[in-house]
Write a protein that binds this ligand. Structure first.
Ligand code: HC1
Ligand code: SF4
Ligand code: SF4
Length: 572
């Protein structure tokens, strides 16, 4: 530990702590904008300055040293912070009333906390360009404050590097290589830049009006489905604590919004396990295209296409769960209902921006019909619920609809890193042994280590070497180790976002202070695992509606019809 003096009060802190963190621990809230724990430490915005001796220093990168005397609240400090904030505000498109981050904007709260009542500097504005090219992400330079947090998320964490600083001085912008539209860049649509952005410069490509239009169209039968990760985060948009489960309220709200059926992507996840588990067993037998790599994360699939095109045959041919669900709605369910599938609109509520891109891919269609028509993020769903005036917090729990709305605990845990592997193991073990087994939880694949390796022995003596990876930086490191021949596996689960979908780019956004104070990944993951524990059916192949689907329609897993509707192939 080291001893420091903050505003005349001596305090002992852990060595290596920054002055910003040390002050926050003392209950002193130093404003900050560019700092984001684990993502960006550039000290460029200078709103967090403190006085140390005669100097003003940015506290977010200043490591506290023994004997340091720090002043956080002098006239000099307050004036400097206000000047820095004023400079940012002067070049900011201050359209807060129509900004999707209004009320959840760190620039707004810094400006408020510094008691800025008018913007004193005016003059020329830098770039005001907006980029709507991507189906997933919208960039708006007029709101950008050049903090660099998105650059850290995309480059340092994800190792994609689709966006970076370009030009100099007043002309500085965040840009793709050569200023190309984002859709033509190496962006994989993961949305981690949005989660890092303190303001409204990065947002999802909104589809709220499209979905309202579909609901209002008397000729459309509109089916909605919800990803596993949405139910453990949606409540945050309504003030509930991080890690609250709101599954029943969510189903009730969706019905009030006017959807004709409220289905669950967890059913699609169970179906994925049936198909992918069978695919794994046949690849293990043939020895071909191992390791089998999961393909349910569209961020990861696009990352593979850009960076490891030689290994695309390793990807599972399974469509992702919400795509499988959409395909079943427009075939099996349409048949049951006697409705023309062209008259069905499928809407997926996802924690993810990349799912918007995935939904539009031609690999994920049947007979010129997309399996999924619209994808909304968790945030967009919350916005619709608010627009409809629904008192979400006080809604009574409701159930999903049958038959495509009933999922198992195994399908539910897809939303957290390791969940797909654990769900697969629960089924593959029983498929191989041919009899029920007591084991439900495979805890070795759980947890937040970036790369989790594990070898499991199947009941017939065969072994499966698994790797569970989350965060594209970790995925790149593991892929490169495999290319060098240092690593080899039979099965790999990869999710682009650190933590899995629970921290996807479409989830509620926490400000920098809250995200360093709370372990969001762990809290949401805990909620997902308790959702699993609360289910009576916890293995995908035990889901009675999955059995019914195979009996009535698909035949066997990996059957001809299953291949036609539920599988695809990605080529570079
Ligand atoms: Fe995911 Fe998936 S787990 S990809 O992260 O396989 O988005 O939640 O819906 O499709 O099930 C996302 C989450 C989601 C799919 C499933
Ligand atoms: Fe980078 Fe992901 Fe943002 Fe694309 S969506 S710019 S890959 S962080
Ligand atoms: Fe989307 Fe989940 Fe992949 Fe993140 S991990 S890009 S949320 S599918």
């Amino acid at each position: 530990t080291v001893k420091i003096m903050i505003d005349g009060v001596e305090t002992e802190i852990v060595k290596g702590t920054t002055v910003l963190e040390a002050a926050r621990d003392q209950g002193i809230n130093i404003p900050s904008l560019c700092y984001l724990q684990g993502v960006n430490h550039s000290s460029s915005c200078r709103v967090c300055v403190v006085e140390v001796g005669p100097r003003l220093i940015a506290s977010c990168t200043l490591i506290a040293e023994d004997g340091m005397k720090i002043q956080t609240n002098t006239k000099k400090v307050r004036d400097a912070r206000r000047t820095s904030a004023q400079l940012l505000l002067s070049d900011h498109d201050r359209e807060c009333l129509s900004c999707s981050r209004g009320g959840n904007c760190e620039l707004q709260s810094v400006s408020n906390s510094l008691n800025i009542r008018e913007v004193t500097y005016t003059g020329e504005h830098s770039s005001r360009e907006k980029d709507y090219s991507s189906p997933a992400i919208v960039r708006d330079a007029s709101k950008c404050i050049l903090c660099g947090r998105c650059v850290g998320a995309c480059g340092t964490v994800q190792t994609v590097g689709a966006i970076g600083f370009a030009k100099r001085g007043f002309d500085t912008v965040i840009s793709t290589a050569f200023g190309r539209p984002l859709a033509e860049s190496t962006c994989v649509n993961c949305g981690q830049c949005i989660m890092a952005c303190p303001v409204g410069a990065l947002t999802e490509h909104e589809n709220i009006r499209d979905v309202w239009d579909a609901i209002a169209d008397p000729d459309q039968y509109v089916v909605v489905q919800t990803a596993p990760a949405v139910r453990v985060a949606l409540g945050e948009e309504f003030g509930l604590p991080v890690g609250t489960r709101t599954t029943g309220k969510m189903a009730a709200a969706l019905r009030r919004l006017g959807f004709n059926k409220v289905f669950d992507t967890v059913f699609g996840a169970d179906l994925t396990i049936m198909e992918e588990g069978t695919e794994l067993l046949s690849r293990l037998s043939s020895g071909q295209n191992l390791p089998l790599m999961t393909s349910c994360c569209p961020g990861w699939v696009k990352f593979m296409e850009h960076n490891f095109p030689d290994m695309l045959d390793n990807l599972s041919t399974c469509k992702s769960p919400h795509e499988m669900e959409g395909a079943m709605v427009k075939s099996y369910f349409a048949g049951k209902l006697g409705i023309d599938p062209q008259k069905i609109t499928v809407v997926s509520i996802m924690p993810c921006t990349a799912k918007k891109f995935e939904g539009a891919r031609e690999e994920l269609s049947n007979k010129d019909m997309q399996d999924v028509d619209w994808v909304l993020t968790t945030r967009e769903l919350a916005a619709m619920i608010k627009e409809a005036g629904i008192d979400f917090v006080n809604l009574k729990d409701e159930e999903f609809d049958n038959p495509l709305g009933v999922g198992s605990g195994a399908g539910t845990i897809f939303g957290a890193t390791g969940g797909v592997s654990e769900a697969a193991l629960r089924t593959v073990f029983e498929l191989v042994s041919g009899q029920p087994l007591d084991t439900i939880e495979y805890t070795a694949v759980r947890g937040m280590d970036g790369i989790k390796e594990n070898t499991v022995e199947l009941p017939d003596g065969r072994t499966i070497r698994t790797a569970v990876v989350h965060g594209l930086g970790n995925a790149r490191r593991l892929m490169e180790a495999m290319q060098r021949g240092e690593k080899s596996y039979d099965f790999m689960e990869v999710m682009a976002c650190a933590g899995g979908c629970i921290t996807g780019g479409g989830q509620p956004i926490l400000n920098a202070a809250d995200s360093s104070r709370l372990d969001v990944k762990a809290l949401r993951a805990k909620a997902i695992y308790s959702e699993d524990e609360a289910q009576t059916v916890r293995k995908s192949h035990h889901n009675p509606f999955i059995k019914q689907l195979y009996a009535e329609f698909l035949g066997e897993p990996n059957s001809h019809l299953a291949h036609e509707l539920l599988h695809t192939h990605y080529t570079a």
